[in-house]
Unconditional design. Structure first.
Lengths: 717, 717
């Protein structure tokens, strides 16, 4: 599904993006009473009350849509901020020529038939890109639907459901125009307010990252919902996401392609679990992007942020008339990573003052049928609960009034009372519907007249979205609290241009030289040298074949463990040499490495691999069976800071082992993170020359941390 | 939240349940023009066109709801199949008395204030139960909303949205009446058709299992959606669920209380991961109950079954106009356990015949914009795809026509064409909405006139539901294909009445006697005996203290490994005796067990614990760190058959280890399942006397399988 273009792209200034997305004048190219696109786009512009000038370009008709036309762009005479191009594929290049002639710099290109449609279309798109680069054109599309800048009344898109669609702080940036349209439909039915919807299509020039850059500066936008099939400009995307985070505008995103996750085959284990999608997961985590899978999750989570802002914590209070709803809410909350703390003694007392016959008072709080007969009581209770310092958000699901239904009056009365009693100042008090039904027009009108914070998607989707926002808020607070601790790294100078793989011996020496703790090792080239090295290191020792050509030493009998005296060391030397001759006759043999034998502790894998999109990716996993059988590893894109490394360790399934679960000494987590940072810095210092650096295992025994084995491979094979 | 009552309960015949839920005559007790309940229940009965007689019982008014009244139940004169009791709490007992006098056997009791409302209410409920048992009364409630038997036109429930609510094959059984009402609202908005909604409230007499029993026999019901806070009668529930499965009527269920999962503290490891909720998970899996968490998941999954039936497989075909939707559908499908196989060569050729310019043809199939201009093409393509033998279901999301929207005509045209071209005979062809929006009345009318299979909840919820149904279908086929292989187990006779815990020695001997393979072990009571036992067994050996009072032998230095000669065995005997004297001076010491030292292989934990609700629960997990750190274990309620044991092994995260992932000999899975079955049979033979039986580890090395250690504890402490 993903359309990968590697074309270079211009970067546009904030002023230019503002001109593009807030045009004072628009020219419709291909305006015609016979074109459904023209009819719809003109309709959208009118419906959105576009305040600027609209020129209708048509050389063959004097009027279109009841308006006078101009025969060409050049004939308009006044500046045109945006050309909206609705011509067929084969006419796009000539129109670009006209734009250049007329000095029009910005255009939306609707037509398909470019890179998405095979080799010929891709070649055509390359020509578009070339012209755009040459003349500094900013283009949206081709194969897009244009954009709606609702906050600025620019309906530069066919079929905007203006009138039905609410205004609000949520902006959508979607590569797929059709998907963006579906999102507008869902938003309309759920009463979710939008500031913008930008569809970027094939992204020949402008891409999602440009849309994000604009939306960060757009005062109407508070949160950005993204749909992507491919991250076209990884570095620019990282820059945009980083700036969004700094601006306090969260990005919630669907990045399609989880199922394409064809893990690349790599020599090192590290390669085996760095499928593109896992790297995307890691990157999003680092950038503070909330990743979701469905349109419903995307829009409800993003919209909810406009109601909650950055959450103070993950402690939720829940109350409902229905015990069943309380149960479901609690279960979903817990699975979503939220906590349901007990109410304070004061809260419980205040509730009992209101209703003395209350039994045990739990969170979630089941008001029971009492509230059906006394709605004011429920409202008063909600007002008590919102004061409880133990919670960070209060959720009170309720039926929204249904036009003409028997319960319409009951619902309106209940909501009015809640509105009167609840302040919603200290913490957000959210009123989702009980289930995922549409917000009906009558309900919307009624609710808009109150100060209540509704929440879209029904109770379950709301609680799940709260879980995502609470986790995001925590990460956001943590990232704000610490200085940007990512340090500059100095490049490492190497003798010559390394190729292929380095031997263990060479890798160990290199890492040790760059402050990564490595087990002592002596290279022995004879049985006698092995014996004396063993004596000096102290028994028992390990002896391994040393060769840059043998990566899986134990498979060929090239490793001898637990050698307890000099004779054993001698015999082992002879044995591994013979094994090498037998199983790897062509391998270059440097000798054998003698190291002290270590026992106990926990083994980790620490690796860095080169990712073609995002550069260096760091993997940290539990060693041995954990990484092989359970794929228990955490990834991040470099650079990274100390706190993020600790977060990686915290994500491991087997982290209890590091905390001493099996009677081992608990690991010195600070020292461990420090060591991993050193590995990362070595990789960064090597930069693009490095294919992979893998330490497996890194042995951790309390504060004793050292690499027992390491492999370095270079991109120049 | 859960209201646990342990009251005995009568079991009702199918005929009695039919009389209860398909009454020919109903008496409204507490009928009054002033009672909102009375107004609403009468309204529901009328709206549903109840075909039987309705008597209005009111001693103080001649007419109610415009109908003549009778002063008492006894005054009706003709048989009354069901009393609908709407009186206040304090009048319920007198009404039961009247029922007994008048010979009325069945009643719905609406009033709350019973077991859900504290000790006094619980006592009152006990009286209700006593009277019911004494006089063979079938009661629904108290604290319920009654029931709607839509298929038989019985609206014995306040507030039935008749007219809006569709008829269909989905029945709801909900302990919570309020939750059941919310479900009816969601069903109404989604166009989900119901056969019944039964709310069982406090379940003083009739419970969810009775509702299920009735619904299995109800010809209108094809699938049963359950909401439960507690499984009140575990054995009866298991019987009902088993019968539902045999009848081919799936149960989809929310069982609230995941977050209450307070794992019971137990001496054995097994106890640590048999929290009630995990046992519920296991039981549901065994019974073929599909467990979900939200109202939306419950109703969409259940409704979808009425469209798919038992699925032939998990291979999904997906096509859409929007590439974005295709991507999302594929991602959700994969996460939901579905497969997206490639299209056959023939299919690809047929698609190219329709549209020669098609590039690569994937599944999901993105029709691209071509279909917007040529809707018939899309319909023809769908007809090609449904013929592909590689898929078991085809999903074609589409916009449902929105009343008055610009795209209404386009949508109707597209759907009409699909209806004309697609047969939907070989496999189900499902047409969900693109997102989770309401089914609008106009769309419903239009779609009802077609033969299209719509699917509720939007595309994402549909695909997730398909994942659940595919897994359920697979289990259903497997369970149908094999004979019911659960064998009868003969009780094991024991000398005396065992108490507390048995020593390892005693446990090993007992297991060996019952055909569970156990490592050879010799009890030595002196250093000399230890030495000679070791010699006979062959070196190296292991020596362990033998005492029924020391369960964690290694913690006190009571285990010596890898003893290589007689002197080492002697020294080890002396050492463990001294360790026992020092650390466990009061323990009864039988001597020391000498066993051969085993190396290699994979270690499992196999345990059976007594669960107060469901009886014996079998746990199988990977040993060592897996069970301790990762809680990697699978549970089932006994009895169980061989195939189910293999399914348990298949669920383990670390199962790759059994398949030889670490260079070990792949385990003989048949022999392993056989051994686990033997352990289960021993536990069943011991029955209620057994508190727990735990083998940890069970060593597996190819087909060599034996218990290395075992603990037996008895319920008589």
């Amino acid at each position: 599904m993903s359309i990968a273009t590697t074309s270079g792209r211009a970067s546009f200034t904030p002023e230019r993006l503002k001109q593009f997305f807030e045009p004072k004048s628009i020219a419709l190219i291909g305006a015609s009473d016979k074109s459904i696109w023209s009819i719809m786009v003109n309709g959208s512009l009118r419906a959105c009350d576009f305040p600027g000038a609209i020129s209708y370009v048509n050389p063959r008709s004097e009027t279109v849509h009841g308006q006078p036309t101009v025969p060409s762009l050049a004939a308009i005479g006044t500046p045109v901020d945006l050309a909206f191009v609705m011509v067929n594929t084969n006419l796009v290049l000539p129109i670009l020529g006209e734009m250049v002639t007329a000095g029009v710099k910005n255009a939306v290109i609707l037509a398909g038939g470019f890179a998405e449609a095979g080799a010929e279309g891709a070649a055509l798109q390359q020509q578009v890109v070339r012209i755009a680069n040459e003349h500094n054109l900013a283009l949206l599309g081709p194969n897009c639907l244009g954009y709606l800048n609702y906050g600025h009344n620019v309906g530069a898109m066919p079929g905007v459901p203006a009138g039905k669609l609410r205004r609000g702080g949520l902006a959508i940036a979607s590569q797929s125009g059709a998907t963006g349209s579906l999102m507008m439909t869902y938003a309309t039915r759920q009463g979710i307010g939008l500031s913008a919807m930008i569809s970027s299509g094939n992204e020949a020039v402008l891409a999602v990252n440009d849309a994000i850059e604009y939306l960060i500066d757009d005062a109407n936008t508070r949160v950005i919902a993204v749909f992507m099939e491919t991250i076209r400009h990884p570095q620019a995307f990282v820059r945009a996401a980083t700036r969004a985070r700094a601006a306090g505008k969260p990005i919630v995103a669907i990045k399609a392609g989880r199922s394409e996750a064809s893990a690349r085959v790599a020599q090192a284990h590290t390669g085996a679990f760095t499928g593109d999608d896992k790297v995307t997961d890691a990157l999003f985590k680092q950038l503070g992007i909330i990743r979701v899978d469905t349109i419903e999750e995307l829009l409800t989570t993003a919209d909810l942020f406009t109601k909650t802002g950055i959450m103070a914590g993950k402690r939720i209070g829940f109350m409902a008339i229905s015990g069943g709803l309380c149960d479901m809410g609690a279960d979903i909350a817990e699975v979503s990573g939220l906590e349901l703390p007990a109410w304070s003694t004061e809260t419980q007392q205040r509730l009992r003052d209101l209703l003395p016959e209350l039994g045990e008072i739990h969170n979630p709080f089941d008001t029971t049928g009492a509230a059906v007969n006394r709605p004011e009581l429920l409202a008063q209770m909600a007002a008590v609960l919102e004061d409880d310092a133990n919670i960070d958000v209060l959720v009170v699901p309720n039926s929204y009034p249904e036009d003409g239904a028997p319960a319409e009056g009951f619902s309106k009365n209940m909501l009015t009372l809640i509105d009167q009693h609840v302040k919603g100042e200290r913490i957000p008090v959210l009123i989702p519907e009980n289930s995922a039904i549409d917000m009906q027009p009558g309900a919307q009108t009624f609710l808009d007249a109150t100060g209540l914070k509704t929440a879209p998607g029904g109770m379950a989707e709301t609680v799940r979205a709260l879980g995502r926002l609470a986790a995001w808020s925590q990460a956001q607070r943590a990232s704000g609290a610490r200085q940007d601790a990512v340090q500059a790294v100095t490049a490492i100078t190497l003798d010559g241009d390394p190729r292929g793989a380095w031997s263990e011996h060479q890798a160990h020496a290199f890492l040790a030289q760059h402050d990564v703790p490595v087990i002592p090792a002596t290279l022995a080239t004879s049985a006698d040298e092995a014996a004396s090295a063993a004596r000096e290191l102290g028994f028992p020792v390990v002896l391994k074949i040393a060769s840059p050509d043998i990566l899986h030493k134990s498979d060929i009998g090239g490793v001898k463990l637990n050698l307890r005296d000099e004779q054993a060391a001698r015999d082992a030397f002879t044995a591994v040499m013979q094994a090498a001759r037998e199983h790897a006759p062509d391998a270059r043999i440097e000798g054998a490495l003698v190291s002290p034998m270590r026992a106990g502790g926990v083994e980790l894998l620490v690796g860095v691999v080169h990712d073609p999109n995002f550069g260096q990716v760091l993997a940290v996993g539990m060693g041995g069976i954990y990484v092989e059988v359970l794929k228990d590893a955490s990834l991040r894109v470099l650079p990274i800071d100390h706190a993020e490394v600790q977060a990686m360790l915290d994500e491991l399934q087997g982290k209890a082992l590091l905390q001493g679960a099996r009677g081992t000494t608990p690991a010195d987590m600070g020292a461990l993170a420090d060591t991993i940072m050193r590995v990362a810095r070595v990789a960064q210092g090597l930069g693009d020359r490095l294919e992979s650096l893998e330490i497996n295992p890194l042995r951790v025994d309390g504060s004793q941390i050292e690499a027992l084995d390491a492999v370095l491979t270079w991109r120049n094979a």
